[in-house]
Ligand binder design. Structure first.
Ligand SMILES: *[C@@H]1O[C@H](CO)[C@@H](O)[C@H](O)[C@H]1NC(C)=O
Ligand SMILES: *[C@@H]1O[C@H](CO)[C@@H](O)[C@H](O)[C@H]1NC(C)=O
Ligand SMILES: *[C@@H]1O[C@H](CO)[C@@H](O)[C@H](O)[C@H]1NC(C)=O
Ligand SMILES: *[C@@H]1O[C@H](CO)[C@@H](O)[C@H](O)[C@H]1NC(C)=O
Ligand SMILES: *[C@@H]1O[C@H](CO)[C@@H](O)[C@H](O)[C@H]1NC(C)=O
Ligand SMILES: *[C@@H]1O[C@H](CO)[C@@H](O)[C@H](O)[C@H]1NC(C)=O
Length: 899
C-alpha cells in the first residue's frame, strides 16, 4: 500500500516510533492507541466470521458421523513451542538448559485449549540430548528433534575472505581493533557454522511450519526454550489475542529476565517490567517467517528484521547491541540492506501483548538490566558461540577424523614404510638413497660422539651398567672437526640476517653481522650450544632417525636421542650399551637387582628409566633457539615420534619434548617478535604458520592446530598475485610480489649485490612455495582440516596454479644449474599433493600438466649432477641434506613420504 497511508498510521500513534517492539522499552501499549481506520474493515471481517461460523455449525453436525478428515481445520488451539538448544557457557551456566526445561515441566501450569511442544534443536552432545528426551518422555510431552548431523555441519566452512583486504587478520587495521571488535570480526568468520549449529531462527521456523501444518492450531508460539508463562500472563495474552486476533497475524510478547526462578513460585503473579527482546506469536495463516541467515550472537537474534517495516535495524537496536555495534563493520552492512523489506505494506502487522519470563541463565552478573551487563552478555555470547563451535570442530577432529598426535605429520607413514620394504627387498634406486643416508649417519655419529665424553663424576649405581655422556667443552682438541664444519653454516646464516629481518619489514639494518658470529673458542656449554645451528641439528637428528628406521641399527637412534638430550633437554647422553650385562644376576647384591627391576616387573627398555639432568648445563632448562624464525621443526618433530616409538627416548623425555614444544609455541604466539613475524606477507609468515601447525599438533592442541590450518588460507589471497598476460591468451601468471619486495629490501640495505636480484627472487619464491607445500602435505597427512591444495581464494588464486606458474617460468628459463635442486622436490611434492587431492575430487586439468612437466625432470629417486666437481654437495642436495638445500626449505629425504 502507499507510503502515505503508512505515515497516516503512525501519525495516529502520535508519531511515537519508540512504541515499536524493537525498542523493548516495556511500556508499549499499542492496544490503547489502536487506529480507528481499522473499524470498517473489522465490521466486514466480523460479518464474514459470522457467516463462516454458521457454516461451521452446519458442517460440525456432519463431523460426528464422518471420520475426521485431515484437511479439516478448526483453528482454535494454541500451540506453544519451546525450542531447546545447546548450553552456551560462559553466557549460560553449564547444564542450565536441562535445568530450565525441568523447571518449566514441573512448574508451568497447563493452559486450556493449548498444546505444548518441545523442539530439540541440534543438540551437539548426544548424552545431553538423551537426557532432555528422557525428561520430556517422563512428563509425556511431544517433541520434535532436529538432529545435529556431522556431515551437514562439515559443509559449512569459515568465511575468510569477505573483508576489506586479503589476509585481513594479519593486517594493521585488524591489529588496531579493540578486543570486542576483534572478537566480532572473528565471529563473522563463523557465520555459516554458527547458523547451522545454533539454528536459532531455523528452529523457530520449524516450529512455525509445524504449527501451521497442525489441523487445529490457530495461534503458534515459537518461543525460546527458557520462556516461562504464568497463569496471569497466559490469561492476558489470550484475552488480547482473542480481542485483536482477527486483525493481526503477529503479536509481540515482551520478556522479563529472572534472576532467580523461584521468584515465579513465591511472588504474586503480576505484570513485570519487560525490557528484554520479545517473543513473537504467529497466527496460523502468517506469511512472515524468521530470517534464517541471521546468526546467533548478533544483535537481537534477527527478531526485528521480520517485523521491521519502517526503521533500519541499525537504528533500532537497544543499548547493549549499540555498544557491540561499534565500530560498524563494513562488510556486514550489506546484509541488512538486503534484508530490510523495502516496500512493506503500510499496515502495522503486529501488536504487543502480555509478557513472558525468561528463566535464569545461571550467570547473575549478566542478567541485570544495566548497560555493562548487556555488553557483558553480548561479549559472552560471542565467546560462547566460538567456544561451542571450536569444541565441535575439536570433537569431530578427534572422533570422526581420528586425529592422533602420535602419527607422523610430514612424512606419510604408508609411503615411508613402502620405501623401507622396497629397500629390504633390494630396490636399486631406493638403496642408492638409503646408502647415502647411512653413510651420512655414520659421519654424524662419529663426529657427534667426538663432541661428547663420559662423565666420571656422576655417581652411578652398579646395577645401572651404563655410562652417561656430556658435551665435551674443555678440550680444544675435540673441536676442530666441528669447527671446520660449522663455519660455512655460520657464514650462510649471516646471509639470512635473522635478527635484522625480525626487527622490521621495511628497514633491515646492517649492524647485525656482529651478532651472527659466535665465538667458537668459548668453553662453556652455553657457548657451544648457542653456536649450533638448530636447523642443522634437526637435520642431523632426522637423518639418524631415518637411518635407524631403514637399517634397524640402534646406534643411530641412540645418537639421535643423545643429540636431543644434550642439546635440547639439558640431560646426559647415554653411552655404550655394550657394557650393560642384562643377563647377569648379582648374588652378592640383592638390592641392586631390586633396583634394576623397579616396581613389579623388570623395566623392558634398554635405557634406564631415569636419565639424570646435567647440572653444569645452562641454568635455563628450556631455551628459545636463536634461529627459531628460520627453522622448520616439522621433520624434527616427526623424528621425535619415531624415536619414542622405538623407545630410544623415554616417556618422560617425550613429555619433556612436548613441554619444550609448547614453550616454543608460546613464544611464537605471544612474543612481539613472534607476532610481527606472523604478520609478514612473505615466506616468513608462511614458515610461521608451518611452525604453529606442527608444534600445536605435536602437543595435541587440536583447537590451535585447526584454527591455524583454517586461517592460513587467508594468506593465499594476499601472497599470490594474478597478472593476466595479454600476450599469452588467458594464461594467468601468478607472481609473489612480497618476495620481490623482500629481495629489493636486501639490495637497498646492501645485504646482497643488485646483480643477484634474479637469483635471489627465484630462491625466495621457491622457499615460500616449499613452505606452502609442506603445510599442504601436513594437512593432507593429518586429515582433519580442509585440503589446502583445493583451496581457491576469492580472486581465484590457488596454490597449484602458483606452483605451475613458478615451475613454468623457471623451467623455461633453464635455471638448471642450481635451480634444479629446488624445482625438483617442489615439483614432486606438488605432484604428490595433487594425487592425494584428486582421489577425493573430480578430475581436473592438473593431471595433464603434471604429465607434461614430469618428463622434464629426472625420476624421483635418481641423482642429478650438474657438476662433477661438487659431487658430494650435489648428492646431498639431491636427497635434501646440507646447507644449500636446507636454507631453501627442502626437508631431508623428501622422496620418502613427502613426495
Ligand atoms: C594503527 O595504529 C597505529 C598507532 O597505534 C597507527 O600508526 C596506524 O596507522 C594504525 N593503522 C591503521 C591501519 O589504522
Ligand atoms: C532463589 O530464591 C529462593 C527463595 O526465594 C532462595 O531459597 C534461593 O537460594 C535463591 N536462589 C538463588 C540462586 O539465589
Ligand atoms: C515490492 O515488492 C514486490 C513484490 O513483493 C516487488 O516485485 C517489487 O520489486 C518491490 N518494489 C520495490 C520498490 O522494492
Ligand atoms: C643408588 O642406589 C641407592 C640405593 O641402593 C640409592 O640410595 C641412590 O640414590 C642411587 N643412586 C642413584 C644415582 O640412582
Ligand atoms: C651435524 O652433523 C655434521 C656431520 O654431518 C656435524 O659436522 C655437525 O657438527 C652436526 N651438527 C650438530 C648440531 O649435530
Ligand atoms: C654385585 O654387587 C656387588 C655389591 O654391590 C658389587 O661389588 C659387584 O661388583 C657386583 N657384581 C657384578 C657382576 O655386577
Amino acid at each position: 500500500m502507499s507510503s502515505m497511508k503508512r505515515g497516516y498510521y503512525f501519525l495516529r500513534l502520535n508519531g511515537s516510533r519508540n512504541k515499536l517492539p524493537c525498542h523493548y522499552n516495556g511500556v508499549g501499549n499499542l492496544d490503547r492507541t489502536f487506529p480507528v481506520t481499522m473499524r470498517k474493515e473489522r465490521i466486514i471481517r466480523f460479518i464474514l466470521i459470522l457467516i463462516s461460523l454458521a457454516f461451521m455449525t452446519v458442517f460440525m453436525s456432519h463431523i460426528r458421523v464422518l471420520p475426521i478428515e485431515p484437511s479439516f481445520n478448526s483453528y482454535e488451539q494454541i500451540h506453544i513451542y519451546r525450542i531447546i538448544g545447546n548450553d552456551l557457557p560462559p553466557r549460560h551456566k553449564v547444564g542450565q538448559v536441562l535445568q530450565n526445561t525441568r523447571f518449566i515441566l514441573e512448574n508451568e501450569p497447563d493452559f486450556p485449549n493449548t498444546k505444548k511442544w518441545w523442539i530439540i534443536n541440534r543438540i551437539v552432545d548426544n548424552e545431553y540430548e538423551n537426557a532432555i528426551i528422557d525428561l520430556l518422555k517422563q512428563h509425556k510431552k511431544d517433541y520434535i528433534r532436529i538432529p545435529f548431523n556431522v556431515d551437514e555441519y562439515l559443509r559449512a566452512d569459515f568465511r575468510l575472505e569477505d573483508f576489506p583486504e586479503p589476509d585481513f587478520f594479519h593486517s594493521y587495521e585488524f591489529m588496531n581493533f579493540t578486543k570486542v571488535a576483534k572478537i566480532r570480526t572473528i565471529d563473522y568468520t563463523y557465520h555459516d557454522k554458527n547458523i547451522y549449529v545454533m539454528n536459532n531462527n531455523g528452529g523457530r521456523n520449524v516450529a512455525l511450519k509445524h504449527g501451521q501444518s497442525q489441523p487445529n492450531a490457530r495461534w503458534i508460539f515459537p518461543f525460546d526454550g527458557n520462556c516461562f508463562i504464568t497463569n496471569s500472563a497466559f490469561t492476558e495474552i489470550t484475552s488480547q489475542i482473542e480481542k485483536w486476533g482477527k486483525d493481526y497475524k503477529y503479536f509481540v510478547v515482551p520478556m522479563a529476565r529472572l534472576l532467580n526462578n523461584s521468584q515465579l513460585l513465591s511472588d504474586s503473579d503480576q505484570k513485570p517490567e519487560t525490557p528484554e527482546e520479545p517473543q513473537i506469536i504467529f497466527r496460523h495463516d502468517a506469511e512472515e517467517k524468521y530470517n534464517e541467515n541471521m546468526r546467533y550472537g548478533r544483535r537481537s537474534k534477527g527478531l526485528c528484521l521480520i517485523l521491521n517495516m519502517i526503521e533500519s535495524p541499525m537504528t533500532g537496536v537497544p543499548t547493549p547491541s549499540r555498544f557491540i555495534a561499534r565500530p560498524v563493520i563494513p562488510w556486514e552492512t550489506n546484509e541488512n540492506a538486503q534484508n530490510t523489506p523495502s516496500n512493506y505494506t503500510s499496515k502495522s502487522l503486529y501488536m504487543k501483548v502480555g509478557w513472558v519470563f525468561r528463566l535464569f541463565s545461571g550467570q547473575a552478573s549478566q542478567e541485570l538490566n544495566q548497560k555493562e551487563s548487556g555488553a557483558l552478555r553480548a561479549f559472552n555470547r560471542l565467546l560462547a558461540i566460538q567456544d561451542l563451535i571450536d569444541g565441535i570442530d575439536e570433537r569431530i577432529a578427534r572422533t570422526h577424523k581420528n586425529f592422533n598426535p602420535d602419527r607422523l605429520f610430514l612424512y606419510d607413514e604408508n609411503s615411508l614404510s613402502n620405501a623401507r620394504i622396497k629397500y629390504w627387498s633390494g630396490d636399486e634406486k631406493i638403496t642408492r638413497i638409503v646408502d647415502v643416508m647411512l653413510n651420512r649417519a655414520d659421519e654424524i655419529t662419529s663426529e657427534v660422539s667426538d663432541l661428547h665424553k663420559v662423565d666420571d663424576s656422576l655417581f652411578l649405581n652398579t646395577s645401572i651398567q651404563i655410562t652417561f655422556l656430556k658435551l665435551n667443552t674443555d678440550s680444544e682438541t675435540n673441536l676442530p672437526d666441528g669447527e671446520s664444519n660449522e663455519m660455512p653454516e655460520l657464514e650462510s646464516r649471516s646471509n639470512e640476517m635473522p635478527e635484522l629481518e625480525s626487527k622490521s619489514n621495511e628497514m633491515p639494518e646492517l649492524d647485525g653481522k656482529s651478532n651472527e658470529m659466535p665465538e667458537l673458542d668459548g668453553k662453556s656449554n652455553e657457548m657451544l650450544e648457542s653456536s649450533i645451528s638448530t636447523s642443522q641439528l634437526f637435520e642431523n637428528i632426522t637423518t639418524l632417525t631415518l637411518a635407524q628406521y631403514f637399517s634397524g641399527n640402534f646406534l643411530y637412534s641412540r645418537w639421535a636421542a643423545n643429540l636431543i638430550r644434550t642439546f635440547l633437554l639439558s640431560s646426559y647422553g647415554i653411552g655404550e650399551e655394550d657394557k650393560i650385562t642384562l643377563l647377569e644376576y648379582n648374588d652378592t647384591c640383592l638390592d641392586c637387582n631390586v633396583f634394576d627391576e623397579g616396581y613389579g616387573f623388570p623395566y623392558l627398555n634398554k635405557i634406564p628409566r631415569t636419565i639424570p639432568k646435567n647440572s653444569e648445563s645452562s641454568s635455563v632448562f628450556y631455551k628459545i633457539p636463536k634461529d627459531i624464525f628460520e627453522t622448520d621443526p616439522s621433520h624434527f618433530l616427526d623424528s621425535c615420534k619415531l624415536l619414542y616409538r622405538i623407545k630410544a627416548l623415554t616417556h618422560r623425555e617425550f613429555v619433556e619434548l612436548q613441554a619444550l614444544a609448547s614453550y616454543w609455541l608460546e613464544y611464537l604466539i605471544s612474543s612481539p617478535e613472534g607476532t610481527s613475524t606472523g604478520r609478514k606477507p612473505d615466506h616468513r609468515g608462511t614458515l610461521y604458520d608451518l611452525q604453529i601447525l606442527s608444534l600445536s599438533g605435536f602437543i595435541d592442541d587440536v583447537r590451535l592446530h585447526l584454527r591455524v590450518s583454517n586461517r592460513l588460507r587467508m594468506r593465499i589471497g594476499k601472497q599470490f598475485y594474478i597478472a593476466r598476460d595479454v600476450s599469452l591468451m588467458n594464461a594467468a601468471k601468478i607472481s609473489q610480489p612480497y618476495e620481490m619486495m623482500y629481495v629489493k629490501n636486501m639490495i637497498r640495505n646492501k645485504m646482497i649485490k643488485p646483480s643477484a636480484y634474479e637469483d635471489e627472487v627465484f630462491r625466495y619464491k621457491s622457499l615460500n612455495l616449499h613452505y606452502w607445500m609442506l603445510i599442504t602435505r601436513i594437512i593432507q597427512n593429518v586429515k582433519v582440516s580442509n585440503d589446502l591444495w583445493l583451496y581457491k581464494s576469492k580472486d581465484g588464486q590457488k596454490l597449484s596454479k602458483a606452483i605451475m606458474s613458478h615451475l613454468n617460468k623457471y623451467e623455461v628459463e633453464g635455471r638448471k644449474k642450481h635451480g634444479l635442486f629446488l624445482l625438483k622436490p617442489l615439483m614432486y611434492i606438488a605432484h604428490k599433493a595433487h594425487k592425494i587431492s584428486s582421489k577425493f575430487s573430480q578430475r581436473n586439468n592438473e593431471n595433464e600438466y603434471f604429465q607434461r612437466i614430469l618428463i622434464k625432470f629426472s625420476e624421483k629417486y635418481s641423482f642429478d649432477y650438474s657438476d662433477e666437481s661438487e659431487r658430494r654437495e650435489n648428492i646431498d642436495s639431491n636427497v635434501g641434506l646440507g646447507n644449500r638445500i636446507r636454507k631453501n626449505g627442502v626437508p631431508p629425504f623428501w622422496m620418502f613420504g613427502i613426495a
